[in-house]
Each structure stands twice: as C-alpha cells, then as structure tokens.
Ligand binder design. Structure first.
Ligand SMILES: Nc1ncnc2c1ncn2[C@@H]1O[C@H](COP(=O)(O)OP(=O)(O)OP(=O)(O)O)[C@@H](O)[C@H]1O
Ligand SMILES: [Mg+2]
Length: 300
C-alpha cells in the first residue's frame, strides 16, 4: 500500500553557482505526520523548503506538495500551505490587530476561534506595531497567521529559533492540538534534537545536501540499539560485522560496542556464545543517530 504523501521530492537538486546546496534529495512526508527535518547549519534545510514553496528554482529533479508540482502549480500550493519562514517578512508598520483583520479578509477559510485561542495563549499585544515586537513574538505571530488560514500542510523553518522554553512548549502545544484536531501535516526544520524528539513522529536528517536518514521515531526506538559487550580476555568477534542488523562495531577496552538496526536479540545471542563477562543493550536516542549521520552535533 502506498501512503498518501503531503510532500514528495525526486532527485531534487539545487546548485548555487558551484555550491551544491541540495543534492538529489528524495524526501517522502506522509500525510498527517509531524516530520522533523534535521541538519547542521548550512545542510540545505532552508533551500529545500524554499524549493517546495517555489521561492527558489530547482536546478534539477522534481517535487510535489499535496500532489501539486512545485514549479507548475505553485499558486495552488500557496493556497493550501501555511509557511513560517526562518526570518519574518511581516508588514512592520501594521498593528497586530490590523494584520489579523487583514489576513481574515483575504483567507476564505480563516479560523476565527482558533486564532483567538492562539493569541490568548501567546499573549500577543494586539495594539502594538509589528516592528515593536520581539523576535520571539514575531515568530508566534507568524505561526498564528500561518495556522489561521486553516492550511492542510504547515511548513516551519526553524520555528522556535527565537523562543524561550515556555513559549517553545506553548508553540508546539498549539501545533500538536491542531494536528490532532484536523489531521494537518507539519513539516518543520530544526537543529534542536530534544524538541524534535518530543514533537515529531518522523525524522529526516539532511547532511551536506543529502538525505542521509529518514525513519519514524517509533522505528528508531524499537530497532536502533547499541550492544556493549565486555570479555575477560582478548576475544575476536570477527565476522559479526557481517551479521544482518549490525551497522558498526567499535572497540572499547576489552570489549566492543555494536551499533544495531534490528535483529538485536539474534546479535546478543551470538555474542553470548563467546562467554562475555558483561553484555548490555542500550537504547539509542535521536542525538546518537544525529551524531552518527552528521559526524557533528546539534545545539540542543
Ligand atoms: N542564495 C544563495 N546563494 C548562494 N549560496 C546559498 C544561497 N542560499 C544558501 N546557500 C548555500 O547553500 C547551503 C545550504 O544553505 P541553507 O540555507 O539551505 O542551509 P540550512 O540547512 O537552512 O542552514 P541553517 O541551519 O543555518 O539555517 C549553504 O552552504 C549556503 O551557504
Ligand atoms: Mg536555514
């Protein structure tokens, strides 16, 4: 069965002169999911998002958002997608209340009740001009406006960059509530691993323009494990690296760390045949996964 996709890219590529910013990206975001798009600074997240919204023209490959071609049908996409950019592009001279009224007038599907609720939650000062708001407040306002239009898909480019921990929690509560209520799809970029781990149900990692990892968080929790094994004397475990499910083996003192993707019990049984003095299965968190695939670190 093929799941319905909110976003699909095939070989999507962007060259800026001689810089390969996005490299043959094959991305699949299932409808109704909350997809965390992770990557280091400069990995290609914003460039990918801009191609989805036809703000940057792909060098090659193709992409579909809600079934529409991003280049040919960008107008239809804009009608159905709420977008919160990395940097705010709001009308600075308008008051918050004027901006809300303005959007309410242009969007046929404006969610009056929800917008009221979000404005209360964020305690946004309705009488202030947009240019008088802090960076975090502008982020919140952007989110309210993006969700207010009642979009099928919300695309957020590092949405919580300027938010304090309390507002970050409120921000995601709003999103999660709305998703639960109307089955929206959310695609958001981030390098805050804890945030992604808490909110997303699916995670993709982009590294140097390539999608190096894409899995559901459930799958990560159930299948990705580390086995730490210690022997009383020098013991070779040669051959185990070829066992299905074993990704990588590292030496550690008189033992080894085996990074596994599935088949943990079989691998453990095999190791037990070698009479270890200690053997332990350790859960792998998103941080381990991120480090493994980027060779670097997040900031969260
Ligand atoms: N308009 C542009 N002209 C030239 N190079 C660009 C342009 N926009 C982005 N790049 C380059 O493309 C690469 C990807 O940038 P992008 O902004 O997509 O990264 P990002 O993953 O969003 O990073 P960050 O986490 O810092 O926001 C970087 O090397 C960047 O310097
Ligand atoms: Mg970016």
């Amino acid at each position: 069965m093929t799941m319905e996709l909110a976003i699909e890219t095939r070989g999507l590529t962007k060259m800026f002169e001689d810089k390969l910013a996005v490299n043959a990206l094959d991305l699949k975001v299932v409808k109704g999911s909350i997809y965390g798009f992770l990557g280091l600074n400069g990995a290609g997240k914003t460039t990918t998002i801009k191609m989805l919204l036809n703000l940057v023209y792909p060098t090659s490959g193709e992409a579909f958002v809600l079934g529409h071609d991003v280049v040919k049908d960008s107008v239809k996409i804009r009608e159905k997608v709420g977008f919160v950019p990395e940097e705010s592009h709001l009308y600075d001279y308008m008051r918050v209340s004027e901006l809300i009224d303005f959007c309410r007038a242009i969007y046929s599907n404006w969610q009056v009740r929800e917008v009221g609720r979000y404005l209360d939650l964020f305690e946004l000062p309705l009488g202030k001009k947009v240019k008088e708001l802090s960076k975090g407040m502008k982020n919140q306002l952007n989110l309210v406006l993006a969700l207010g239009a009642g979009p099928e898909l919300v695309i957020l480019d590092e949405p919580t960059g300027g938010l304090d921990p309390v507002k970050t929690r409120d921000f995601f509560r709003v999103i999660l509530e709305q998703v639960a209520e109307i089955g929206q799809t959310v695609f958001f970029s981030s390098h805050r691993l804890h945030e992604v781990e808490r909110v997303a149900d699916t995670v993709g990692i982009i590294h140097k323009g390539k999608l190096v990892f894409s899995k559901s968080l459930d799958d990560i929790k159930t299948n990705l494990k580390k086995i730490r094994v210690v022997f009383s004397e020098e013991t070779s475990i040669a051959g185990l690296e070829k066992m299905p499910g074993v990704n990588m083996i590292k030496r550690q003192g008189r033992g080894y760390i085996l990074e596994c993707d599935g088949s943990v019990e079989q691998v453990k049984a095999k190791l037990n045949e070698l009479n270890p003095v200690d053997i332990e299965v350790i859960d792998v968190g998103l941080e381990d996964v991120f480090m493994r695939y980027t060779g670097g670190g997040g900031d969260g």
